[in-house]
Structures are given as C-alpha cells and as structure tokens.
Ligand binder design. Structure first.
Ligand SMILES: NC(=O)c1ccc[n+]([C@@H]2O[C@H](COP(=O)([O-])OP(=O)(O)OC[C@H]3O[C@@H](n4cnc5c(N)ncnc54)[C@H](O)[C@@H]3O)[C@@H](O)[C@H]2O)c1
Length: 255
C-alpha cells in the first residue's frame, strides 16, 4: 500500500516531463493518490498532454495564480474531479529576466512586483483558494531555492523565494487550526524550463555536485519529488512551517 493511498492531491506547475511537478504527480499516483493538475494560459494544452503521460491520466484545470477569477473558481473546478483535497503542491515560479542575471541594482519595481506576485504571494492565494476543499486538514507543499542567501544571478527571484518561505511560515501559523501543515522543499539546481530562463543559471549550478557531500545530479527531479511526496503523506504529522533541503547537503557546508 502506498503512503498516499486514498488521498486527493492538486499539483500545479507541470509544464514538461522535466518539471519537478511532473515527477511529483507521477510519484503521488504511484503512492496511491488521485491527482488533479493545473495548467496556465498558452501552455494549458501542453500540461493536458503531460497529464496523459502520467501512469493514470490526470485531469487539468486552468489556473493562472495571478487571476482572481481563476482562483475564485478553482475549488469548484477541482470538485468536478475529486470531492475534497488532502494536499496541494505549489510548484510555480516566474520572474522577468530583467530582475535576474546580475541586474539586481537596475531592476524596476513593476518587474520585481511580477516576480513576487507569481512566486511568493501566490502560495497564500493558492492555499486560500483550496481551503474549502480541505476541511479535514491536509498538507500544502511548495518548492524553493534557499532564500536565506544571496546567490549569483538569482537576484530578485532570490528575494521572492525569501518572501515565499516567509509566506509558508505565516500559512503554517494560520492554517494549523484547520489541521493543515505547510512546508517547503529547498531543492538544489535542476535544469528545468524555469531554470533555463534564469540568465547565467550555470553560475548558480557552479560546482554544486563537488560541494555536496552526497553529490548532486542537476538533471534529476526525483529526489526532490520524493521529499514533496513524503511531506504530502501522513509521515510528517507534526511538521509545519519547515524548509526541508534536498540539495545533496550543500546548505550545511562552509565554503
Ligand atoms: N529548477 C531548479 O533549479 C529549482 C530549484 C529550486 C526550486 N525550484 C522551484 O521549483 C518550482 C517548479 O519549477 P521547475 O524548476 O520545475 O520549472 P518549470 O518551468 O517546469 O515549472 C514552473 C511552473 O510555473 C508555472 N507558472 C509560471 N507562471 C504561472 C502563473 N502565473 N500561474 C500558474 N503557474 C505558473 C509554469 O507554467 C510552470 O509549470 C518553482 O517554484 C521553482 O522556483 C526550482
């Protein structure tokens, strides 16, 4: 029996088979969950085709996390496929290139605001939108890139991630009374579409695999997806507001 047997999980952020969320959705199904995906805008059809590539075809509902109408309709849309949710995965990130790649001092507020809206505020927006479906409690899990540090080229996306991690802590505070745990997984660098969008991503990747006591494969999403799946399960019953590192151990090393 899988660790998610009988659970219903909403997974955002499946864009390609290389998306972290694709592996999360696959592992959730393998562990017994029913999975509903969300897709956005021009890439909705791609997410639909990804849904057909999962072990069990997963339905896709439309969600742009910045669109109040989508957020308002989300619970009803999800209800067409599952009666309630036990977990939701936030695997969404975006920042205009103008606020990354070494442009920290040049970045303008409008572009920074876009990064923070999509990459940080959206965790609260998503959790709030699905709250009516989580009356029996559950688990909210997000993906971050350790926002405690100033990384090369990450710039305002790093600020958005620090904010995202703070949003997670406040959500943990406010949703605990509903029996909802809120945690984030801090992954090492992985060559996904979002990562390729960061100008100079190779500088972030740097010599990560040499610095990691366990080594690091920047092509592999499964180690990160396994941690997300575990946090969705009943095996972290008293953990909330936490950041779990899946980075080969780099976060614990001095330079
Ligand atoms: N790749 C890495 O190195 C790495 C490391 C740590 C954390 N992360 C985080 O993992 C998460 C998933 O990213 P990924 O690396 O799998 O890349 P990805 O490009 O496969 O996924 C990013 C997703 O965000 C979605 N998205 C963007 N704007 C959206 C919006 N307005 N509404 C709804 N969805 C929107 C995209 O459609 C896409 O599915 C992100 O939060 C990212 O920051 C990635």
């Amino acid at each position: 029996m899988g660790i998610l047997e009988g659970k219903n999980i909403l997974v955002t952020g499946v864009l390609t088979e290389g998306s972290i969320a694709f592996d999360v959705a696959r592992l959730c199904q393998e562990q017994g969950a029913t999975v509903v995906l969300t897709g956005v805008g021009r890439t909705l059809r791609i997410t639909q085709s990804m849904g057909r590539r999962l072990p069990v075809e997963a339905p896709v509902v439309e969600l742009d996390v910045t669109d109040p109408e989508h957020l308002g309709a989300l619970a009803d849309q999800v209800k067409e496929h599952v009666p309630h949710l036990d977990g939701v995965v936030h695997s969404i990130g975006f920042a205009p290139q103008s606020v990354m790649g070494g442009n920290f001092m040049q970045a303008e507020w409008d572009d920074v605001a876009t990064a923070i809206h999509i990459s940080a505020y959206s965790l609260k927006a998503l959790a709030q939108a699905v709250l009516p479906l989580m009356s029996e409690g559950g688990s909210v899990v997000g993906l971050t890139f350790d926002g405690r540090f100033a990384w090369p080229v990450y710039d305002w996306m790093g600020v958005a991630k620090a904010s995202f991690e703070a949003v997670n802590r406040y959500l943990a505070r406010d949703l605990g009374e509903h029996g909802i745990r809120c945690n984030v997984v801090s992954a090492g660098p992985i060559k996904t579409t979002a990562a390729r969008h960061i100008p100079g991503f190779d500088q972030m990747e740097g010599n990560w695999s040499e610095r990691a006591p366990l080594g690091w494969d920047s092509e592999a999403t499964e180690p990160t997806a396994k941690a997300v799946t575990a946090l969705l399960s009943d095996w972290f019953p008293a953990t909330t507001g936490e950041m779990v590192h899946v980075d080969g151990g780099v976060h614990a090393m001095g330079q």
